[in-house]
Ligand binder design. Structure first.
Ligand code: SF4
Ligand code: SF4
Length: 112
């Protein structure tokens, strides 16, 4: 079976959401969870301040592919994210929930 890369990764095949590596599990077509749920602090074309959590990346196409895949403007975190069973789960809803929980758990606490 052919490996599929995540939106952040896809090279020969169309990128999905974030863009992970092509090792391990395949990226699910039409998911895009990892390009929506997490925050991204790096500048993205069209989002110079990065991407807030829960907001769809402006570079995520209607078909859930990364419009800037392979371009130097694509954040390194996108290139480095690989699909994984823990993150991707069995469906998009699982991935959104998992990534949202992770985002909340890793959010910096404001100083009091
Ligand atoms: S730039 Fe946006 S659409 Fe492309 S992989 Fe990163 S988060 Fe996804
Ligand atoms: S959460 Fe997983 S299946 Fe969904 S777009 Fe990202 S890498 Fe692909």
């Amino acid at each position: 079976m052919m490996n599929k890369v995540s939106p952040q990764q896809a090279a020969a095949s169309p990128p999905n959401a974030l863009g992970a590596t092509n090792a391990g599990p395949e990226c699910r077509p039409g998911c895009g969870a990892c390009c929506i749920a997490p925050s991204i602090s790096s500048p993205i074309p069209g989002m110079p301040g990065g991407k807030p959590a829960g907001i769809r990346c402006v570079q995520l196409t209607a078909s859930y592919q990364c419009a800037i895949f392979g371009q130097p403007e694509r954040p390194a975190c996108c290139s480095g994210l690989a699909p994984g069973a823990d993150m991707c789960g069995s469906d998009r809803e699982y991935a959104i929930a998992w990534l949202t929980t992770l985002e909340a758990a890793t959010r910096p606490h404001p100083r009091s």
